[in-house]
Design a protein around this ligand. Structure first.
Ligand SMILES: [Zn+2]
Length: 262
């Protein structure tokens, strides 16, 4: 009785396929490109599956077979099947959230596209990353919230991603001596206090900056929206953008390719 084989292989990839080889999973379209004649190639980020490359037959040929469901940044429930050659094909999409408010403004839209590229670059294919998927969803929503600078949402997204991977820098204590941080500078591995090293022209953060970064990283989405509505995030966009640039290099550290110099 052959029990293992293909089914076990399929399970190892995180697939719980039904008898017809169909599977539904919720998630988001990260990238889309033309493929063959009238077909599309999509990178989906799916619950329980992680990054999956999917082909959508006939989607680009003028027939609007999948509605808006193949647009990048669309969240939905995707029905998939395995082709004979092992490729994954899209059967149907139910759009759950088209992220319309985000698409209306260039800065939030650019940020979401940037995040999609980062995920495609850093995630392993067909490895579930459900925490990160949820992090992506809520921070994409935050990108469109009034009073919340896109840079603040970006900082929150990146910091929580790093935190899930155990790479987030300590925002309260010096990476060298462990002292509570007042003013701090960024070294590429973490934040260090004024006593631990020359500040030079390294990126620098005041104690107030760090308190704000901690607050936005650690507060739930509704809380950050409240800070935004109260105007507490105005005028500090530069801080979030600088902090995001600093920590982005850490995403590569798990493969030791980071050569980030502040
Ligand atoms: Zn120190």
């Amino acid at each position: 009785m052959p029990v293992g084989g293909v089914r076990d292989g399929v399970r190892a990839l995180g697939w719980g396929m039904s008898r017809q080889g169909l599977e539904a999973a919720s998630g988001v379209v990260l990238t889309r490109s033309a493929w063959g004649e009238g077909d599309l190639s999509l990178t989906l980020f799916l619950k329980g599956m992680g990054l999956v490359r999917v082909f959508a037959r006939g989607a680009a040929a003028g027939r609007v077979r999948f509605g808006g469901g193949t647009e990048p940044l669309v969240w939905g429930s995707f029905r998939l099947h395995r082709g004979r050659g092992g490729g994954v094909y899209l059967s149907a999409v139910d759009v759950v959230d088209g992220m319309i408010p985000l698409r209306r403004r260039p800065d939030p839209l650019r940020a979401a596209v940037r995040w999609s590229r980062l995920l495609v670059r850093h995630l392993m294919a067909e490895h579930p990353a459900d925490d990160l998927l949820a992090n992506l969803y809520w921070n994409m929503r935050l990108l469109a919230a009034p009073g919340v600078p896109p840079d603040a949402a970006e900082w929150r997204f990146l910091w929580r991603w790093l935190s899930a991977w155990g790479l987030a820098p300590d925002l309260a204590r010096c990476a060298h001596c462990g002292a509570a941080l007042g003013e701090a500078s960024w070294t590429g591995e973490g934040l260090i206090c004024a006593g631990c090293g020359p500040q030079g022209d390294r990126p620098r953060f005041s104690g107030e900056d760090l308190a704000l970064l901690r607050r936005v990283a650690g507060t739930d989405v509704a809380g950050v929206e409240r800070h935004g509505k109260l105007g507490e995030l105005d005028g500090v966009r530069g801080t979030f953008a600088l902090a995001s640039r600093c920590v982005q290099g850490l995403l590569s550290q798990d493969i030791r390719s980071s050569d980030f110099k502040g």
